[in-house]
Structures are given as C-alpha cells and as structure tokens.
Write a protein that binds this ligand. Structure first.
Ligand SMILES: [Zn+2]
Length: 255
C-alpha cells in the first residue's frame, strides 16, 4: 500500500488542527501578537462585545458606575452608526472603545482586502461618533487568519483576546452563567493564599461578555447584567482592580 495514502490525510488533519488552533486559541500568537491577559494578576479587564445595544448598554453603564468599574467595549460599526450618542456616552463615562469590525464576519474566511475594509469602516464609525480612533481590536468569534495580524498593525490597532469567555449568549439558566464566571474569583483567591500551591501568575484576567448581538437589535442580555450584579461586589472584595485596555502598558500583556 502506498504510504502516502495514509500519511496525506494524517498530515492534512495535522495542518488543519494547527491552523484552527492559531485561528481561535485565545493565547495563540501564530497569527500575530495579541493581548491575552492584563499586566498584573490583580487587574481584571472587563470587556463587552457586539454593542452598542440601546436596550442593555445604558443599564450596563449604570451598573458599572455603581461599582466604580471601567470597561472596554468592542463595538460593531453598523451598531455605532445607529446609536452614536450611546457610544459618546460610553466614552464620557470613562470607558474605552475597541473595534469589533463593521458587520461581524468570521475573518478566517475573509481575504486581506475585506479584512482591511471591515476594520476601516468600524474605525470610521467610531471616529465619526467620538472624534477619536480606537486603539484596540477584537476579531469576531476570536477567529484570526494568516494576514489579519498585519492588517491590524497597519491600522495602528492592537489585537485583544481574553482569558475567560463564559458564553453569556447561550440560553442557559442564570446560575449557569454565574458559575461559569467563577474562575476569576478562584484566581484572586489563589493569590491571597499564604502558601500558593502553584507559581503566582504574571497576568490577570480579561473577561469577554456581550452587551449586544452583532445582528439582532435590542438583544436581551439581562442575564449578563444579573451575573455582573452578583460578581462585581465580590470581585472588589477580593481586591481585584477593574481596568480598561488603556490602563495596561508594556509587552508583558502580550503573553
Ligand atoms: Zn462578537
């Protein structure tokens, strides 16, 4: 039997697996540098994708204010154009905006020109609403491609992934989402332990939640709000500091 008949599918499966890893794994640097943690284990970056959403974002801003927490919002260009005042309000209340493309495609299947256009149009929308270009970018679904890193760099953006993505878009019970967010408290508790069983982590968490839906207007994210209502005071009690992407510096975060 020709060994190539066996070897070729195995090799192809290996390449596909490697490519898929580079495309979605939050810590993979295969397709360009990406921020995948904060620069201190006590710094927690709250990030919200797929807004602005007029039925949820204002409530979220109030909730964050009540807990003196600042966050980073990765907004979708077409929603920015439909709610520019909400985007201005987000900035005015001390939060930071990031680019999450214009129409939220899976960039793994987009060529360089389409990637470029998706990022440019979102930046334009943000700039028109706020007069400030974004510095941060998060790819929809976390999917990257071999040329995305260069496109992001050319547009003077920095790619941001996450350490925890609880899946708040899933139709699951409230308690399920609260439980999925537990690792952040566990990480903070481990830092406080007198004899840590593992070496102290160099980085803190980046939590990825959603205040909108990329295609559906006024998406219901009340479970996300309720889970935050539960965790925000507990995280503060655990001495975590809420930071925006702008409040981190240096190469340390590009781990
Ligand atoms: Zn998204």
């Amino acid at each position: 039997m020709n060994p190539w008949l066996v070897a070729a599918p195995v090799a192809l499966a290996g390449v596909a697996g490697f490519t898929a890893y580079g495309a979605v794994a939050a810590r993979s640097q295969l397709f360009g540098a990406a921020v995948s943690g904060t620069d201190h284990p006590r710094k927690l970056a709250l990030t919200f994708d797929d807004g602005p959403n007029p039925s949820i974002t204002p409530k979220l801003l109030d909730l964050l204010d009540r807990h003196r927490a600042k966050a980073t919002f990765f907004v979708v260009g077409h929603w920015v154009r439909s709610a520019p005042s909400l985007v201005r309000e987000t900035i005015a209340r001390g939060h930071v905006l990031g680019n999450h493309t214009d129409s939220h495609p899976n960039l793994f299947f987009c060529g360089p020109a389409e990637c470029r256009e998706e990022l440019e149009r979102c930046t334009e929308a943000i700039q028109q609403a706020t007069s400030e270009p974004p510095r941060w970018f998060r790819p929809p679904y976390g999917f990257r491609s071999p040329w995305l890193g260069e496109v992001v760099q050319q547009q003077r953006l920095h790619m941001v992934m996450w350490t925890l993505i609880p899946g708040d878009w899933r139709p699951k019970p409230q308690q399920w989402l609260i439980d999925r967010m537990k690792p952040i408290a566990e990480h903070a508790q481990a830092l406080g332990a007198t004899a840590p069983s593992r070496p102290r982590p160099a980085h803190g968490d980046i939590l990825c939640l959603h205040d909108g839906h990329y295609a559906l207007p006024n998406a219901d994210r009340t479970r996300t709000l309720a889970a935050l209502e539960y965790w925000l005071p507990r995280w503060r009690d655990l001495d975590l500091e809420f930071v925006t992407m702008n409040q981190m510096h240096g190469k340390a975060v590009e781990a």
